[in-house]
Ligand binder design. Sequence first.
Ligand code: AMP
Length: 399
Amino acid sequence: MNILVINAGSSSLKYQLIDMANESVIAKGLCERIAIEGSRLVHKAKGETFTFEKDMPNHTVAIKMVLDALVDKKCGVIKDMSEISAVGHRVVHGAEDYSSSVLIDEKVLESCRVNSELAPLHNPANIMGIKACMEVMPNTPMVAVFDTAFHATMPEKAFLYGMSYDDYKNYRIRKYGFHGTSHMFVSQEAAKFLGKDIADTKIITCHLGNGSSITAVKGGKSVDTTMGFTPLDGLPMGTRSGSIDPAIVEYWMQKTGKSVADAMKHLNKECGMLGLSGNSSDFRDLCDGNALDNPRNKMAVDIFAYAVKRYIGSYTAVLNGVDAIVFTAGVGENTEYVRQQACSELDYLGIKLDENLNNNCPRGQIADIATADSKVRILVIPTNEELVIARETKALANL
Ligand code: AMP
């Protein structure tokens, strides 16, 4: 049985076709520049990469191209559409409406639309992806898997800001948290690796990528996380500032004479590693080879790793101890320097990194990089958000 996983952005659409018999990816790809000149589909299947350069004026055309590629004689992997049992869609914001994944119907689509005000950059694109699939595959069950759902278990003391309670009640202003599928997946993998019942674990999951967040997971449930009302909160990231004093926004606008929209663009697109280094938002450009010899690169990465360390300390207090710290996603899985800095001088908390294991960590598999006598395990675990979406879809579509 095959499940198609769709992650639709405003001008892109990523997909994976997963054979659930052995949870293997049989085809995957990316539609780029949807509704922009120069659109193309890069499709990977049968160990080869196929590129189709064709106009994609909207998401429906993009989905049709993906489905055509999947059944194509040369690059296809299935005979016809009947071999796709269900479609799982990543939806960024479920607000307080959804604490778990859901089978999509008109009512679900409508609440995703209403929640677009909370995620204006993401939900409208996710909805376009869902509607495009519904148009092309009207009889195939579709499931929405929300980035926010895993964090629905946070207690009020963690998710409410110190603002007026009316702001929460009237405008839904609260911490929602994101990257939920990743935090859920790696915390479950960590419990399995530790040979423990997840109900008895305390785990801090560090999803460090272009966007980054850290979650305190107690007994398999999110109890606090660093991203907030939006994914701008928490750690400094590739191009996002992370948490700042909110009064800075007005001061910056006065100084620069710029608008609220400019301020939001600045904080989302021009800050973080890019703004600090003045060089790049990509950790490879900042850390690989002798890139760290550039003092601005080193300063940026040190600020990032210091923020990770602060949250590890803070969440160790939240959890009253910790069994394992997990590093995942592009930076967490690949950047030794960040892991080393984030875990440095934490021996008081029983967290001791083995430098040699850290520097020789195998790619693409689970590794324990703590010293033998470290009280806390330090794990590197490859994340797999698509697999979580496929599993949830299989369960909800009753397959
Ligand atoms: P993600 O958002 O999880 O895809 O992570 C993307 C970021 O991870 C990139 O911007 C890079 O900074 C970083 N990254 C990905 N691969 C590597 C690698 N092999 N070495 C160092 N950093 C990497």
